[in-house]
Design a protein around this ligand. Structure first.
Ligand SMILES: C[S@@+](CC[C@H](N)C(=O)[O-])C[C@H]1O[C@@H](n2cnc3c(N)ncnc32)[C@H](O)[C@@H]1O
Ligand SMILES: *[C@@H]1O[C@H](CO)[C@@H](O)[C@H](O)[C@H]1NC(C)=O
Length: 217
């Protein structure tokens, strides 16, 4: 946090206006920086109030985790939870034998996840990264779990469509993807979970060139 206020520098005489405005800028930047830092620390604790703003930490319910695990029954290999929160899904998947990875923006939650994984004895099969989900590629994962917010689903759908291999399965909690058609659905209400096999949504197996409305080159 750089909150250091500038000292009076008596050199820029006759430029009172611009000096005042740069002061204003510094104060604004300082206050802004402090707010951002406060927000990062406080987010996990005040999320219900901020639910609309971004992707807050709303932990998955026990039923939701059970539904996710059901969707993983026939699956194996690598798994990623995008926005892994306190690591509960990653840890549950690791206990089922997956090599499970979590990406999470909030460092406090990442440290807590690592501690939980160690405490639960699945430290070897889990990894937690402090990363922004929009800045990493998920191309090496065969199983992808996401519990996001409705606003991000269209953009995330596009990103995963571009990155993942045909054998990938994507599992969405609470909020479905807007375009893909789920191959499996389980649970009810807020605990609903959808599974999408990319080979079906993308048509890897059968109709590869059904419609091509985009003019990409
Ligand atoms: C709805 S919570 C789900 C937590 C966990 N997956 C679970 O089911 O218990 C979403 C998580 O995504 C994290 N998040 C928000 N924006 C993110 C971003 N850009 N990159 C990575 N994680 C992010 C939040 O901090 C929050 O912990
Ligand atoms: C698991 O495999 C069985 C047998 O192929 C199939 O009937 C079932 O729908 C699959 N379940 C999921 C969640 O993929």
């Amino acid at each position: 946090m750089s909150q250091a206020l500038p000292k009076e520098t008596p050199r820029e005489e006759g430029e009172g206006g611009s000096r005042r405005s740069s002061w204003g800028l510094l104060v604004t930047a300082g206050v802004g920086g402090t707010l951002v830092a406060l927000y990062a620390v406080a987010t996990p604790f005040v999320t219900p109030a901020l639910r609309k703003v971004c992707l807050p930490f709303v932990p998955a319910t026990a039923a939701q985790i059970q539904n996710v695990l059901k969707m993983l029954e026939n699956r194996s290999g690598s798994l990623v939870d995008i926005g892994s929160g306190d690591g509960r899904i990653v840890i549950a998947a690791a206990k089922m034998g997956f090599q499970a990875v979590g990406y999470e923006l909030n460092p406090w939650l990442v440290w807590y996840s690592r501690y939980r994984a160690w405490r639960d004895g699945v430290h070897q099969n889990t990894k937690f990264y402090i990363s922004d989900l929009w800045k990493v590629s998920f191309s090496c994962y065969r199983n992808v779990v996401v519990f996001g917010v409705p606003q991000m689903m269209p953009q995330l759908e596009k990103k995963l469509e571009e990155e993942l291999e045909c054998n990938a399965r994507i599992i969405a909690c609470r909020f479905p993807f807007p375009c893909w058609i789920p191959d499996h659905t389980t649970g009810e209400g807020i605990d609903t979970v959808w599974a999408y096999d990319l080979k079906h949504s993308r048509g890897c197996e059968t109709k590869t060139f059904e419609i091509a409305p985009e003019t990409e080159s």
